[in-house]
Design a protein around this ligand. Structure first.
Ligand SMILES: Nc1ncnc2c1ncn2[C@@H]1O[C@H](COP(=O)(O)OP(=O)(O)OP(=O)(O)O)[C@@H](O)[C@H]1O
Length: 905
């Protein structure tokens, strides 16, 4: 039965209606069933062992359309059966979907079957009707021919039987289909129930979810209510606010209205003011016009003002010159290669000598310090620029002035660079020394038709407080052209003591002094002028912790620092106008004495290292420079002597000789007179030693002591006494550690006096001479006058004495009586070796008298250039020394005749 149904289903599924007829034959039906089973692999019962998932997979593989209805039912049953067995109550979504599909398929097949059956019924009905009509026809025919009718009747009955059988079979089939349909319907119902159950479950779930959602909705509604409440509150608040704003608006409006009203009033007022302003403007423009006219005058005055300013500056400089202030030029060294990233302490360099230095450790106003000097050269300043500002000063040497230029600054700050220059083979690099010499030679050449100049050069260094001659004596005996002088200078510089320190690879370990002496003779007037130029490169002050000096370097540094500190003391004393200036505390202050305290023009280069690490040294250097710039030396004076003066000097000398002879005669007469008196009064008379008014005039106990028996000459003692009384030397006694130096000083003073007298009297024993003079000279002429008569005035004397070194003493004078150059050579004891014969040999007319270790010798001037103007007279023993005219009034006040000379100069 089932297999038959399957066959039908299969046939209907494939729409093969004709196969129904064939199906009547059992063989065909069986074949078809096999075919179906072949197409659908699974038979009923196979599913019992397979899990639903497997079934599903198989179903998918074989597709529902190709499955038999029976198999489909088995599937449904299996699924449902499984489900019931497991009692889970749940049908998975997939199974539900499968069931749905199967049910749909079955329903579709059932409906197709029903349709098919309906069609068959209709067909049968049509066939019945057709047969019945045939029967009727046949019956009609039967009535026609019996036989035919009988045959036909049989046929018809047979056909009828077949048909009836068919109808029976079909009816049976229909019943069967009905049964099947009802079974299917039952199954469907079952499936539907299951499905409904599932749906119920889903609904329950949905209800639960809905409940949850409702709960949430409630909550949200609560929130919404809250928010609404808040909104309401806000609305109330905003309403109250807007009410207030409205009120304010009203208030403002009323204010605006009132202001508008007042504005109207103001407008009216402004109109009137405008009118007033216009009126005032008119008045102003008129006044401006007047002002313009006046301003023009002012502009003209302002233009003049600049001229006046320039004039003022010039006048100021002139006043400075008159006061003789030491000029201070500041030069800032650039950073050396490899120091480019260093910070500088130099904040500002003004055009008029202003310099602002910044302290790297401080902030704000206090971190800056302003200094003012005559000129400040920045790091970019060239050697030429520096020299151009120095040139006028140097040139004045040729006009008979004494000039001193010295460079001061910490070690490595560029002193040697400024004074000598880094590279002597390149002219552009030449420092002040070379340029100055070059300039002096050129100018002396250009003036050779009017003035004959002799130029001498000497170079010494002060190393560890010892003076060393850097140019050897041999070379100094020859005459050289300028280029050779430069070479000599280079040799001299090479001889200078240098050493490497942490702060400077080639640090100068000594003070170097280059001295240029110029003597010019005016070819027309015979006037002689003398100038000297000191070019001093001081050794650099150094902090030994920074320079890392040890051993020799340390000793050098100590000497350097000590001598610079002595220089500081001298400057301090000069700036304070102190009565005592401690020149004698170091060699360098002795050398510079005439430049710092005399009538010289002095310029100091203060050198700075801009590095912040050198800030403290920079400040102390600048403070020192400030003090130096405050030193007033008094107006510089030119050393000129006219022909008239020299003639007068000669007259003075001969008069002095005559007076000396007279004195001698008077002395002899007095001696005779005294011896006569002594004879009368007896040798023991206490009046014997004091009868001479000269001795009374000397009067000091020391002098008396010296005269009564000491080894020293009375004249020397008197000179010391005079020095002690003079302002400059009055405090020698109070000088620290002064006993020794005072003794030295007395000793040198004595030697000095002796040497002068020796010169005056052609080598006669000075002590004897002085003793005899003291005994014979009339009371109206004291010893000081004697000295002055001999040409040694106070100022010269002091200068020379202070220039005399502690260890050795040498001094000299020129044959023409000028003492100016002597001072310069007192420091060079080596020159004492030179003899008068060498002077004669070279035609030098200037010689120096040297007293060395108590012996007197004569040396020539060191070197001469410009030989064309050298007089070829041989060196002579000195004429009686004569004083320079310009220093004269106090020294020449002895006699009325001399006073006249003094006033005429
Ligand atoms: N204006 C400058 N332009 C370029 N280089 C400079 C300048 N001034 C100095 N220097 C360089 O700085 C270095 C130190 O200079 P210098 O030897 O002249 O110093 P110093 O003050 O003489 O030192 P010390 O006291 O140790 O002898 C040198 O290498 C020098 O060439």
């Amino acid at each position: 039965m089932n297999s038959h149904l399957e066959l039908e289903v299969y046939a209907s599924e494939n729409g093969e209606t004709n196969s129904l007829c064939e199906a009547r034959n059992g063989g065909v039906a069986e074949e078809t069933e096999n075919k179906v089973h072949g197409a659908f692999q699974f038979k009923q019962g196979c599913y019992a062992d397979l899990p639903a998932a497997k079934i599903l997979e198989s179903m998918k593989l074989n597709s529902l359309e190709n499955s038999s209805t029976r198999s489909l039912f088995s599937v449904v049953n299996k699924v449902l059966g499984d489900n019931i067995e497991r009692k889970t109550g749940d049908i998975t979504q997939c199974m539900a979907f499968l069931l749905k599909k199967v049910v749909q398929e079955i329903e579709q097949r059932v409906s197709t079957q029903a349709e098919y059956l309906k069609k068959q019924n209709n067909l049968y009905k049509v066939l019945e009707e057709k047969y019945q009509s045939r029967m009727r026809v046949l019956e009609t025919l039967a009535t026609g021919t019996y036989e035919e009718n009988e045959i036909e009747k049989t046929e018809i009955e047979e056909n009828k039987k077949v048909h009836e059988q068919d109808i029976l079979r079909l009816t049976k089939e229909k019943d069967h289909s009905d049964i099947q349909i009802s079974a299917l319907k039952q199954e469907l119902e079952l499936a539907k129930n299951t499905y409904e159950k599932h749906c119920l479950q889903l609904e329950t779930q949905a209800t639960e979810t809905k409940m949850e959602l409702e709960k949430k909705l409630m909550e949200l509604e609560c929130l919404l209510t809250d928010s609404r409440n808040k909104v309401k509150e806000l609305e109330v608040f905003s309403q109250s606010k807007s009410l207030r704003w409205r009120k304010k608006k009203h208030g403002y409006k009323s204010i605006l209205d009132s202001q508008f009203e007042s504005l109207q009033g103001l407008r009216v007022t402004s109109e009137s003011i405008k009118r007033e302003v216009l009126k005032t403007q008119r008045i102003y423009s008129e006044e401006f016009h007047h002002l313009g006219v006046k301003l023009k005058g002012l502009i003209a005055a302002a233009e003049n003002y600049h001229t006046v300013l320039a004039e003022n500056m010039k006048l100021y400089n002139e006043v400075q010159d008159l006061k003789g202030n030491i000029r201070v030029y500041c030069r800032i060294r650039p950073f050396l290669p490899g120091q480019s990233k260093k910070r500088t302490t130099i904040e500002y360099i003004g055009e008029n000598g202003e310099l602002v230095v910044a302290n790297p450790l401080k902030q704000g106003k206090d971190s800056h310090r302003l200094f003012k000097f005559n000129k400040v050269f920045g790091p970019e300043a060239s050697q030429e620029e520096v020299f151009l500002d120095t040139q006028p000063l140097i040139r004045s040497v040729l006009d008979g002035y004494n000039v001193c230029i010295f460079a001061y600054g910490q070690t490595g700050s560029g002193k040697t660079y400024t004074m000598t220059g880094p590279n002597l083979s390149s002219k552009g690099d030449w420092g002040v020394n070379y340029r100055a010499l070059n300039d002096l030679f050129h100018i002396s050449q250009s003036r050779k038709n009017s003035i004959a100049y002799d130029v001498g050069v000497q170079m010494v260094e002060i190393y560890n407080e010892q003076v060393r001659d850097l140019l050897s004596s041999d070379t100094s005996q020859k005459r050289y052209p300028f280029h050779y002088v430069l070479e000599l200078m280079t040799i001299g510089l090479m001889n200078r003591s240098v050493g490497a320190t942490a702060l400077n690879e080639r640090s100068s370990r000594s003070h170097s002094v280059l001295t240029v002496h110029v003597r010019g003779v005016d070819l027309e007037t015979d006037a002689v002028l003398r100038g000297s130029l000191h070019l001093v490169d001081l050794a650099g002050s150094e902090r030994v912790d920074r320079s890392e000096a040890t051993g020799d370097r340390l000793r050098e540094a100590q000497h350097i620092n000590k001598s610079l500190s002595a220089l500081g003391d001298v400057v301090f004393a000069l700036a304070q106008k102190s009565p005592h200036v401690p020149y004698r505390n170091s060699k360098i202050t002795q050398v510079l004495q005439s430049s710092l305290g005399g009538q010289a023009k002095t310029l100091m280069f203060v050198q700075l290292n801009p590095d912040v690490e050198s800030y403290s040294e920079t400040i102390s250097t600048l403070k020192f420079a400030e003090r130096v710039s405050g030193v007033e030396l008094g107006a510089a004076q030119s050393n000129k002597e006219g022909r008239g003066v020299r003639e007068l000097m000669d007259q003075v000398a001969s008069l002095k000789d005559a007076v000396a002879k007279k004195d001698e005669e008077i002395g002899k007469l007095r001696l005779v007179k005294t011896s006569v008196n002594d004879e009368r009064q007896g040798m023991s008379s206490p009046r014997h030693g004091s009868s001479s008014p000269r001795r009374h005039s000397i009067g000091s106990p020391r002098q008396s002591r010296a005269l009564s028996g000491g080894k020293r000459s009375g004249l020397a003692e008197k000179a010391v006494s005079d020095r002690d009384n003079s302002s400059e030397y009055s405090d020698k006694h109070s000088e620290a550690g002064s006993q020794q130096s005072t003794d030295d000083f007395r000793h040198h003073n004595e030697l000095f006096q002796q040497s002068r007298l020796a010169v005056a009297d052609g080598g006669q024993n000075p002590t004897e001479d002085i003793e005899s003079r003291l005994a014979l000279v009339d009371g109206s002429q004291n010893l000081t006058e004697d000295i002055e008569l001999l040409g040694f005035g106070d100022a010269d004397h002091e200068e020379r004495l202070s220039d005399i070194s502690d260890g050795e003493l040498s001094m000299g004078t020129e044959t023409d009586g000028s003492l100016n150059s002597i001072v310069e050579f007192t420091l060079f004891p080596e020159t004492a070796k030179l003899r008068i014969d060498s002077a004669e040999k070279f035609g030098i007319d200037i010689i120096f008298l040297v007293i060395h270790n108590g012996k007197t010798s004569i040396i020539p001037f060191l070197m001469f250039f410009n030989t064309a103007f050298l007089p070829s007279v041989p060196a002579k023993l000195p004429r009686p020394p004569q004083k320079q005219g310009h220093k004269g009034s106090s020294r020449l006040s002895l006699t009325s005749g001399f006073s006249k000379v003094s006033s005429s100069m």
